[in-house]
Each structure stands twice: as structure tokens, then as C-alpha cells.
Design a protein around this ligand. Structure first.
Ligand SMILES: [Mn+2]
Length: 328
């Protein structure tokens, strides 16, 4: 649910603006980019001149999303409003925060992460939404924007990728009804599923293979890691876990899955996934990260082995205490 007063304030700020700067999070995913390009398209149809921006390059896996070719990485143009999309905290905006006058414009925060810190002048934030795209759709309904095929496709990408094909525990009949509306407007579910979920570069499969040979399992926790040297050896260019954590969680008896990725600067990115009943957002928050109850992440200091030890210790303790409180 979103309060009508929130939607009214968001639409008022949009109506007062001419050139809003829309920013999705660094290391963008399908929901971030689909929500970004979808909202940009909708605002253009209302006569605004939005700038769609992302501080990081668009990954090749997202090149099928309509409008990503016009997402910019640098902003030199005038803007009079900022819209943060799918960002749980200001750090996720990347370097745009350093733009001159950035703080002098109102900021609309549209997001569904449970760890969102409500950093906007208006926060259109709902952790029960399955995707930020669902909140964008709610906003567009309020603005009475007509959905066309392209706009509907952008938003459907957000729904499909963030729910891994409508399989996450936040998928309810309302989510499905919203998706059906997008399909009625012309979006193709098979197209989005094929491009958003069922297609991956060969190097991703190679990096999975290498990481799977390091697989560990203990006490409901399944984990692996990707040292920089290993990623280089198999030719994996990305800096994410390549979706491995979600796959590991499919192991029988796994309550939590994690993948530690050693970055170029030797810091470690940790991705966490949980089976329903366990809250990894809490763990991520403890390390200064964020995310959702069942999918969260954070970054921590290297070296890899020490980080692994540190994270596992906290995770084991947290798993025990959450088990105790659920037994009580
Ligand atoms: Mn999202």
C-alpha cells in the first residue's frame, strides 16, 4: 500500500519539474534499469525532458531492456529534480551526489528494499512491493499515464527479474494482476523471461564451475567464494557473484547461501540468500549493507579468507539466535 498523499506529493514535484534527473543504483540489475527507462519514457509522454542516468556501465545482460541505450553515465546538463530508483541508501546513487547543486533540488526516493533509509524529500518506499517497477506502475496509475508496449516491457523486466520469474515469497495475486496488466498493454512475458533469466554468457557458467569446486556446506549454510585470480583465469569480466548465491540456495537443507567475491581493489562483496524463515537483511545491516529479508548484501574488508571467517561466524550466531526465537 502507498498513501495517496505520498503519490500526490510525488506527482506534484514531477509536475513542477522540467528536467528531472532519474538515477538507478550502481551495479544495475533488471529492476533498476527497467524502472529507470520505464519511468523516463512515461515522463517524456507527459512533456518532461528526463535524464536517465546510472553511474556504472550497463551490463551486456541488460542490453535487451528498451531505452538502455540512452542511459547516461555522466551528467553535465541542467536538472531541477532528482529521482532515486531502486536505491536503498544515497551511496547507491554513486558519484552523482557530488554534482554541483545536487542537494539543492528535491529528491524523490522510489524503492522497495526493506533496508531503505528514507533519504528522500518524498519517500515512495514499500518493502512489500515485489519490485521497484511495481511502485513505478502505482505512480503511473496515479499520474494516469497510458501504458504502451515499450513502457510495459520495461516494467515487466523489473517484475520478472526481481522475483526470478514470479517465484519469490513476496509474489501475491496483486503482483500477478499488475503483471497481467503489463501483458495486456503488449509486454511479452516469454521474451522478458528468456532475455532476463534464461540467458547468460558462457563466462558466467565457467566462473560458476570454478566457484562450485570451492563449495562448502556446514550447519545449514552453503557457501563459496570467487577470488580475483580465479575470475581472471576463467575470463569472467563481471564483478558480481553471477547469480551463484541463488543457485546455491537450491541445495537441499540449505537455510542460507552466500558467495564472497574479491574485487579489483581487494575488498570483498558478500551476497546472501535465505530460505523463507531466515532474515539475511539483518545480517547485511550489521556489516553496513542492506537488501531484502531473503536476499541481501554488503561489502567488507579483505583479505578473502579473513572475511570469510568473520562473516561465517556472525552468520552462524545469527542463524542460531533466529532459530531459537522461531522455536520460542
Ligand atoms: Mn529491485
Amino acid at each position: 500500500m502507498t498513501k495517496t498523499s505520498t503519490l500526490r506529493r510525488v506527482s506534484q514535484l514531477l509536475h513542477e519539474a522540467q528536467q528531472p534527473l532519474l538515477i538507478c543504483h550502481v551495479a544495475p540489475d533488471g529492476d533498476a534499469l527497467g524502472s529507470l527507462t520505464g519511468l523516463a519514457r512515461a515522463l517524456r509522454s507527459m512533456g518532461l525532458s528526463p535524464i536517465a542516468a546510472c553511474a556504472d556501465p550497463i551490463p551486456a545482460s541488460c542490453d535487451y531492456i528498451p531505452g538502455v541505450e540512452s542511459v547516461v553515465q555522466d551528467v553535465n546538463d541542467f536538472f531541477d529534480l532528482v529521482v532515486a530508483i531502486d536505491c536503498s541508501d544515497p551511496a547507491r546513487l554513486g558519484r552523482f551526489q557530488e554534482l554541483p547543486h545536487f542537494d539543492q533540488h528535491p529528491l524523490i526516493n522510489i524503492d522497495h528494499h526493506v533496508t531503505n533509509v528514507n533519504f528522500g524529500d518524498v519517500d515512495l518506499v514499500d518493502p512489500r512491493a515485489a519490485a521497484t517497477a511495481q511502485l513505478v506502475l502505482r505512480l503511473l496509475d496515479h499520474l494516469e499515464v497510458r501504458l504502451d508496449e515499450t513502457l510495459a516491457t520495461c516494467l515487466l523486466v523489473g517484475f520478472v527479474t526481481d522475483t526470478r520469474g514470479f517465484r519469490t515469497d513476496n509474489v501475491n495475486s496483486q503482483v500477478m494482476r499488475a503483471a497481467v496488466r503489463l501483458m495486456d498493454a503488449g509486454a511479452s512475458l516469454p521474451y522478458v523471461v528468456q532475455h532476463g533469466l534464461d540467458r547468460r554468457p558462457l563466462s558466467v557458467i565457467r566462473v560458476w564451475g570454478a566457484a562450485l569446486s570451492r563449495l562448502r556446506f556446514e550447519d545449514g549454510i552453503v557457501w563459496s567464494s570467487m577470488p580475483l585470480e580465479m575470475r581472471r583465469r576463467v575470463g569472467y569480466q563481471g564483478d558480481s557473484d553471477a547469480g551463484l548465491a541463488s543457485f546455491l540456495l537450491s541445495a537441499e537443507d540449505a537455510r542460507v547461501a552466500l558467495v564472497l567475491v574479491e574485487r579489483e581493489d581487494r575488498a570483498i562483496d558478500v551476497g546472501l540468500r535465505a530460505a523463507p524463515g531466515f532474515d539475511v537483511a539483518r545480517v547485511a545491516l550489521r556489516f553496513g549493507g542492506g537488501g531484502h529479508v531473503l536476499a541481501a548484501g554488503f561489502e567488507t574488508e579483505g583479505p578473502l579468507e579473513a572475511a570469510e571467517e568473520r562473516v561465517l561466524e556472525v552468520l552462524q550466531r545469527e542463524l542460531r539466535s533466529q532459530r531459537c526465537s522461531s522455536d520460542a
